[in-house]
Design a protein around this ligand. Structure first.
Ligand SMILES: Nc1ncnc2c1ncn2[C@@H]1O[C@H](COP(=O)(O)OP(=O)(O)O)[C@@H](O)[C@H]1O
Ligand SMILES: [Mg+2]
Length: 425
């Protein structure tokens, strides 16, 4: 069978790579893809944009189903349009995707269905937002309601910072329409983890847990990024925490979506804050896989992803289980010069390794220029490796990363430090 993956990042390379390893698949198209998906066996890039063009392509190629990587096409209603055209596609409808595309909607959803989350207020009026901050005090967190590509959250350690964030969003419109409304919430302490499931509208199948590193620099310092590295499993997600997340977060979310008349099909990502006492609060929902968490997760997945998604499309997720490599997978992002503010494009990439059993270099911001692979975005590659523990996975990933060169390459040297310091492994 043929499949279609929508997107161009490291997440989509990892997804498409994993799908293509299924013996049932002859080809995975990636639209638009990157240099990594262009060069990978069994994958083919498709230079198409726009939902109607993609639907036409899926029909012409008799694609068995389409998998959507990023949030933007989901929020634009790609699932609704494909479904209306009689095409199979895995992802939430536009209405269900509001769980990510409106933080205010997500907060009221969680409150309505008893899902633990930080106390909050939502405001369109700057005066009222300022009053709320004065009443609550700092630290406090200010979030733009809409999609902001990871740039819409200010964790304010003092009230002035929070007031300034409100003004930037509501008055100066620095986030555009995404900042027409703000959510202001209680500051939570603890350790973050990513918990991702496949959902079929009624049942959920958990993927392996993971954690990412958001800051640019070692020691979790410097500006926020899309993510500089990730690993799976997350030691903080003990079997006890896992059971609690399923019971307190995932099941009520799936049931709540069904009750609200917007049943959820697709990948559902819960960003969690896990406190010292094991209590869990949801920071946000995303309606897709995480990037870079997907890269280590796919490297560990032993089951056939094609079949798992098929079961989800048929509403039979309760009939399957996912099998995982017991090893740890760890991914290190190699980012462009100037990332995250002004990433430079066009740097030639050298030293890309041949594929190996215990590792894979997933591409994100890369394009082919003749035979050369050239950078074309902020996060360029995710070097992902397996090892029997965090230390070994990390050593292997850096061994490979150190063989890759491009001008201005940035990487963190301490991916996995939290798992090494506090974790079980
Ligand atoms: N209530 C909170 N308390 C403490 N930190 C928070 C809180 N909400 C968000 N954060 C921090 O900000 C980051 C981004 O927030 P999140 O809600 O995940 O938005 P997005 O991913 O859309 O930017 C989180 O990963 C977390 O580090
Ligand atoms: Mg987030």
């Amino acid at each position: 069978m043929k499949l279609l993956v929508i997107g161009a990042g490291g997440r989509e390379h990892a997804l498409a790579w994993k799908l293509a390893r299924s013996p049932r698949v002859s080809r995975v198209f990636v639209a638009p893809g990157n240099a990594g998906t262009a060069r990978e066996d069994g994958l083919a890039n498709v230079a198409l944009a726009g939902i109607p063009g993609l639907a036409k392509f899926a029909r012409k190629e008799a694609v068995a189903y389409t998998v959507v990587g990023p949030e933007a096409p989901l929020a634009d209603g790609i699932v609704d349009e494909f479904t209306a055209a009689g095409l199979r596609i895995f992802g939430p409808t536009q209405a269900a995707a509001r769980l990510e595309s409106s933080k205010e909607h997500a907060k009221s959803f969680m409150q309505r269905h008893g899902i633990p989350s930080a106390a909050y207020g939502a405001f369109t009026d700057a005066g009222r937002a300022h009053d709320y901050i004065e009443r609550q005090g700092a630290p406090i967190v200010v979030k733009a309601d809409g999609l902001a590509a990871g740039k819409g959250v200010v964790v304010a350690m003092d009230a002035n910072e929070a007031h300034a964030a409100v003004d930037r969003m509501l008055l100066k419109k620095e986030m555009g329409v995404a900042g027409n409304r703000v959510v202001i919430e209680q500051y939570l302490e603890g350790e973050e983890a990513s918990f991702i499931v496949l959902a079929d509208g009624r049942h959920a199948l958990a993927l392996a847990s993971s954690q990412d590193h958001k800051r640019l620099l070692d020691g979790d310092r410097g500006p926020n990024t899309g993510g500089m590295g990730a690993y799976s499993p997350a030691p903080v997600v003990t079997p006890g925490v896992h059971a609690r997340v399923m019971r307190e977060v995932i099941q009520p979310a799936i049931t709540g979506m069904e009750k609200d008349g917007t049943p959820y099909t697709g990948f559902l990502y819960a960003g969690l804050m896990i406190a010292g006492d094991g209590s869990i609060k949801v920071l946000e929902f995303n309606c897709r896989l995480g990037d870079p968490e997907t890269q280590p997760i796919m490297l560990r997945l032993k089951s056939d992803l094609v079949t798992l998604i098929e079961r989800a499309l048929e509403g039979d997720l309760d009939q399957v289980e996912a099998e995982w490599d017991t090893r740890v997978a760890l991914g290190v992002v190699l980012a462009a010069h100037g990332y995250p503010d002004a990433p430079r494009k066009g740097d030639a990439i050298r030293g890309l390794p041949a594929p190996a059993e215990d590792s894979h270099v997933f591409h994100a911001g890369t394009v082919l220029n003749g035979k050369d692979v050239v950078s074309s975005g902020g996060r360029v590659l995710t070097v992902t490796a397996l090892g029997h523990n965090v230390r070994m996975a990390r050593r292997r990933a850096y061994e490979i990363a150190d063989g890759i060169r491009f001008d201005g390459m940035q990487l963190r040297r301490d991916i996995g430090h939290r798992a090494l310091a506090g974790g079980r492994r």
